[in-house]
Design a binder for this molecule. Structure first.
Ligand code: SF4
Length: 243
């Protein structure tokens, strides 16, 4: 798939602007999502994998607390594979669906020992074969655990990409596929961190803070916001005064 010059320019502009705001030195390890922090502290793909599963349907802050509690006692696949299920549940209780997730991460640790000698595989194809690992989790492990360019896509990345006109999709899965067809690979590694930070900070699901955003010129959602209506009203008033 080829990318038009205008789409390429727009993506470059978006990434440049968001990088200045959220990753000024271009270092993913300086990010503020739970995964970025865990990577900065441990550089361990296993911990990225487990934290990504804990993060499903859970706020970032709770993922961080649960991950820290869990890894303070069970730091590798061997320890977690032999862990007491009740104890794992207690440690990860801050996250949603903690009972279900406790069983999943113990089972996953056993599978890593059986199939991969306790290591986390570093290809998308092998990761996706693991229990509880879907496309988003596999891509998070590749980006944050191994520094392999991919575009993990959660609801923030999905919403922001649609608002900015990078895709026109209905689901995060479709957004992920489309982004990887249209966004030049040089930007993949940072898209998840940048769009999540932007989606929580300015481009919020409800009540986006558009006056602080640099993308009103081409944002598809901006014309539907109160900020746009107010700007149009001001322009009409100014035109009347001049007439
Ligand atoms: S203009 Fe508003 S809705 Fe559009 S990308 Fe910026 S913050 Fe989001």
């Amino acid at each position: 798939m080829t990318i038009s010059a205008s789409a390429r320019d727009r993506i470059a502009f978006i990434v440049r602007d968001l990088s200045r705001r959220y990753l000024p030195d271009g270092n993913l390890h300086a990010g503020e999502t739970a995964l970025a922090k865990i990577v900065a502290e441990t550089e361990d793909p296993f911990k990225v994998l487990i934290s990504t599963i804990l993060s499903q349907r859970t706020r970032d802050e709770m993922t961080e607390v649960a991950s820290r509690q869990l890894f303070s006692k069970y730091g590798d696949p061997t320890e977690l594979a032999g862990a007491d299920l009740g104890d794992v549940e207690r440690l990860i209780k801050p996250v949603g669906f903690y009972r279900q997730k406790a069983g999943q991460i113990v089972k996953l640790s056993r599978t890593l020992l059986e199939r991969h000698a306790g290591s986390v595989p570093r290809t998308y194809e092998e990761l996706i074969e693991l229990p509880q690992v879907g496309p988003k989790t596999a891509n998070c492990v590749l980006v944050y655990g191994f520094g392999v360019p991919r575009i993990p896509t959660d609801t923030h990345v999905h919403r922001v990409s649609n608002r900015l006109g990078l895709v026109r999709t209905k689901t995060p899965e479709a957004t992920e596929r489309r982004l990887m067809q249209t966004v030049p690979m040089e930007y993949w590694l940072h898209i998840n961190e940048l769009f999540i930070r932007f989606g929580k900070d300015l481009c919020r699901p409800i009540g986006p803070r558009c006056p602080q955003c640099s993308f009103t010129r081409f944002c598809r959602f901006y014309p539907k916001t109160k900020w746009s209506r107010e700007a149009r009203r001001r322009r009409r008033k100014a035109a009347k005064r001049r007439a």
